[in-house]
Write a protein that binds this ligand. Structure first.
Ligand code: NAD
Ligand code: MG
Length: 392
């Protein structure tokens, strides 16, 4: 029986994960559930899944959580705060952690799960973008395993041979990340000046949280995924290619030296990656329908429009610059996306603000988590200052 902690249980990935867990009561048990502020939703999930532990990240909401658990007669213990999350990820109530918190807030619990040797199902890409080398070190120290949930990286994981310490030794030439292109694919720059958060969040193929939906619309999601692929698989930046594939059926590809290209295909539904990673190396039903290739008819591919969607190249630049640059990129992006979602920053100012923040903060080496968190906070302040001055 796999005892699974779902960190970010009230989110889009959390819901998909719990759907897969519920299909296999003989194999998986949701033993820890954690959320940010949605205390009613968390309590309702506890009533349904009866976990050993529930964690609410906002400590002010702990009494409310305790009250609702008691009222529902649920014997789940309650904890709170960033420290509660970290302890839950590393603690005795789980052997598997689904890291599905959005943004930098997920970093400490992700690292803690890796260091404690859990099976880490990583959806929280911002954590690996910020702290790829620290995460690798924590995994080595803990002796657990990381299985990517991001559909592209899960696809690459599936297309690589099992022992893959070294891509060159495995005969890998390149990895190819597919991108849907988001809701604004094909639009010219001028047509993006006045787009609204609702338009940006209306993704053609995937239903996701609002932050990653905006990231998909700017192509920053793919940029973050390029950095993620670098750290997860040891691919050099020039070995990572991005191809736009509007149908989101081919989830990514691995190209080998002999000219073979292996791809993983499936309907765009995150439950496939979650079921794969929960059961790995076995396979179980995810609830996702099989592909109907004849009904699909055609699969299309095109080059990304890097001049209109500048975030992709900003991410490649931050990866090449190294050190704190990816931390700064991620922090400035989180500030810019939150401001866009609030209606205070225009869509086209998102890459401008990120670029300006990167320019204002030359990369420095990172030694430890404290260094990453310092760079993250400094970049957030910098981005806020520049935003007030220039864009709002
Ligand atoms: P979401 O907004 O739907 O859910 C986010 C979850 O994180 C919620 O449960 C929320 O309570 C929790 N959370 C937010 N801030 C928190 C904090 N400060 N402390 C603790 N918990 C906090 O987001 P999502 O779409 O489920 O995405 C989650 C992560 O998975 C992101 O990193 C995203 O990039 C990644 N991801 C998502 C998808 C997808 O299809 N949704 C695909 C690939 C990767
Ligand atoms: Mg993805």
């Amino acid at each position: 029986m796999r005892r699974v902690a779902v960190l970010g249980a009230t989110g889009s990935i959390g819901a998909s994960a719990l759907d897969v867990v519920a299909r296999h009561p003989d194999r998986f048990r949701a033993s820890v559930l954690a959320a940010h502020r949605k205390v009613d939703e968390l309590a309702a999930l506890c009533a349904r899944f009866r976990p050993e532990l529930a964690v609410i990240a906002d400590p002010a909401l702990l009494p409310a959580l305790q009250e609702r658990l008691a009222a529902a007669g649920v014997p789940t213990a309650a904890a709170a705060g960033a420290e509660g999350l970290r302890a839950a990820a590393a603690g005795e109530h789980c052997d598997t952690v689904i890291a599905a918190i959005v943004g930098a807030a997920g970093l400490p619990s992700t690292l803690a799960a890796a260091r404690a040797g859990k099976r880490l199902l990583l959806a929280n890409k911002e954590a690996v973008v910020m702290a790829g080398p620290l995460l690798a070190e924590a995994l080595k120290q803990g002796g657990g395993e990381l299985i990517p949930i991001d559909s592209e990286h899960n696809a690459i994981f599936q297309c690589l041979p099992p022992a893959r310490a070294d891509l060159a030794a495995a005969g890998v030439r390149r990895v190819v990340l597919t991108a849907s292109g988001g809701p604004f694919r094909g639009r010219r720059r001028e047509a993006l000046a006045a787009v609204t958060p609702e338009q940006a969040c209306a993704h053609p193929n995937w239903v996701m949280g609002r932050k990653i939906s905006v990231d998909s619309a700017t192509l920053m999601n793919k940029g973050l995924e390029v950095i993620e692929a670098h750290w997860l698989f040891g691919a050099r930046p020039e070995q990572i290619e991005v191809v736009v594939h509007p149908q989101s059926i081919v989830h990514s590809l691995v190209e080998y030296a002999d000219g073979s290209t292996l791809a993983q295909l499936g309907n765009p539904d995150m439950r496939t990656a979650l079921a794969h990673a929960l059961a790995w190396p076995q396979r179980v039903d995810s609830g996702v329908a099989a592909l109907d290739l004849v009904a699909l008819g055609r699969l299309e591919f095109e080059a990304p429009d890097r001049a209109t969607f500048r975030c992709l190249d900003l991410a490649y630049r931050a990866l090449a610059a190294g050190g704190t640059a990816p931390v700064v990129l991620n922090a400035a992006n989180e500030i810019a996306v939150a401001a866009f979602l609030d209606g205070t920053l225009p869509f086209l100012a998102i890459p401008e603000l990120i670029e300006a923040t990167l320019e204002a903060m030359p990369p420095e080496p990172v030694a430890d988590l404290a260094g990453v968190i310092h760079a993250d906070l400094t970049a957030r302040e910098q981005a806020q200052r520049m935003m007030r001055r220039a864009f709002c």
